[in-house]
Design a binder for this molecule. Structure first.
Ligand SMILES: Nc1ncnc2c1ncn2[C@@H]1O[C@H](COP(=O)(O)OP(=O)(O)OP(=O)(O)O)[C@@H](O)[C@H]1O
Ligand SMILES: [Mg+2]
Length: 359
């Protein structure tokens, strides 16, 4: 069993605290992604779990054992980095088998295990090449091969795909997902790409400035972000934010904004509270003018084939609207829009926390 348990984990670099007491339990076999903006502490967390960085406070358990002071090689974790870190003078087979050789395995065992990893990662044909003779994606697969032959308790990935082009990233994403389905090894995957996190992980952990802001299944974060930061970080194109004010909280409750108002049956904030309303591009629905909550003007359209994104202007503000295919919105055209009330979000404009309301 390789459950990972973080209790009050702190990291200090001199006087500066980079991680402020993180609590998190990762189940055996779970695939968890850490996301967040640059500098939020993703790599630091991963490196502490790997044993490459000293833990300043709190307790870290892997598979039920307290490992705070255990050397990296005693933790039975394998880490895959962004820059592959392959040995340039060794062949692919030697690179993959290196850890096994250091562990004193016999040449026969090494050969068998390397062959198995090469088959899983489709590297069979490349075993005699040197890293310099491989593409970026192939090198990344070798780095993964080196991790999987050791059959570790835990895989740790630090932005493993960020050096690859967009198409290859998508291919490798599928490859990693298959690998996890096959091996069921507990995995932590660091990325600043929320799409990668959402598509790969069972659970996404959003970090900001050394704290966990929210964690949950990808769709949970998408449909119920607990604050404006998560709301804007998860989802592409980004959620639209419309500043407004609570007009009345109970009977006749409404949030007013520049260009209209939205009637609700209850809002969990007193009248006068400044709120940021959040609406994803697919939750602004084109409708007949008579039914519209407000009228926007189409500024730019982006045809994506499967649908069209319209960047609209409303009271001087930009809103992105996802139009159905063939809607035919033209720049300059008036676009009457309804809010999808079940998918409306509201955040306190002061501290950004989610506000409850009844539509
Ligand atoms: N060796 C170090 N000495 C001092 N401060 C450090 C050190 N390593 C990291 N930090 C600081 O700790 C914080 C977290 O850094 P970390 O590398 O974990 O961020 P990250 O989320 O991985 O960012 P990125 O997405 O850019 O890789 C940052 O403020 C960084 O400047
Ligand atoms: Mg990093």
């Amino acid at each position: 069993m390789a459950r990972i348990s973080l209790n009050g984990i702190v990291k200090r670099y001199g006087a500066a605290e980079a991680i402020h007491g993180v609590d998190l339990d990762i189940e055996d076999g779970e695939f968890v992604a850490f996301v967040g903006p640059s500098g939020c502490g993703k790599s630091t967390m991963l490196r502490m779990i790997a044993g490459l960085e000293e833990i300043s406070g709190g307790r870290l358990h892997i598979g039920g054992t307290l490992v705070n002071d255990v050397e990296p090689k005693g933790r039975d974790v394998a880490m895959v980095f962004q820059d592959y870190a392959l040995y340039p003078h060794m062949s692919v087979a030697q690179n993959i088998g290196f850890g096994l050789k250091m562990r004193g395995e016999t040449p026969d065992t090494i050969r068998d295990k390397v062959a198995e990893a090469a088959r899983i990662l489709q590297l069979d044909e490349l075993l005699d090449r040197r890293p310099g003779q491989l593409s970026g994606g192939q090198r990344q697969r070798v780095a993964m091969g080196r991790a999987i032959v050791r059959k570790p308790k835990v895989f740790l990935f630090d932005e493993p795909l960020s050096n690859l082009d967009a198409k290859l990233r998508v291919e490798m994403r599928t490859q990693i997902k298959r690998l996890h389905r096959m091996l069921r090894t507990t995995t932590i995957y660091v990325t600043h790409d929320q799409v990668e996190a959402m598509t790969l992980a069972d659970r996404v952990v959003v970090l900001r400035r050394g704290d966990i802001i929210q964690h949950g299944a990808p769709l949970e974060l998408y449909s119920r972000p607990n604050c404006r930061f998560v709301a804007e970080f998860i989802g592409s194109p980004q959620m639209n934010i419309l500043p407004g004010t609570v007009v009345a909280a109970d009977a006749g409750a409404a949030i007013g904004f520049d260009g209209g108002a939205i009637a609700l049956s209850r809002v969990d904030a007193p009248p006068g509270t400044a709120v940021d309303m959040g609406l994803r591009p697919e939750h602004l629905i084109p409708c007949a003018e008579a039914e519209a909550d407000f009228i926007a003007e189409i500024d730019v359209t982006e045809e994506l084939g499967s649908d069209t994104l319209a960047i609209c202007l409303m009271a001087g503000r930009e809103l992105t609207v996802r139009l159905p295919p063939g809607h035919g919105g033209r720049p300059g055209a008036r676009l009457p829009l309804c809010f999808d009330r079940r998918n409306l979000h509201a955040f306190d404009a002061g501290d950004g926390r989610r506000l409850d309301f009844t539509a």
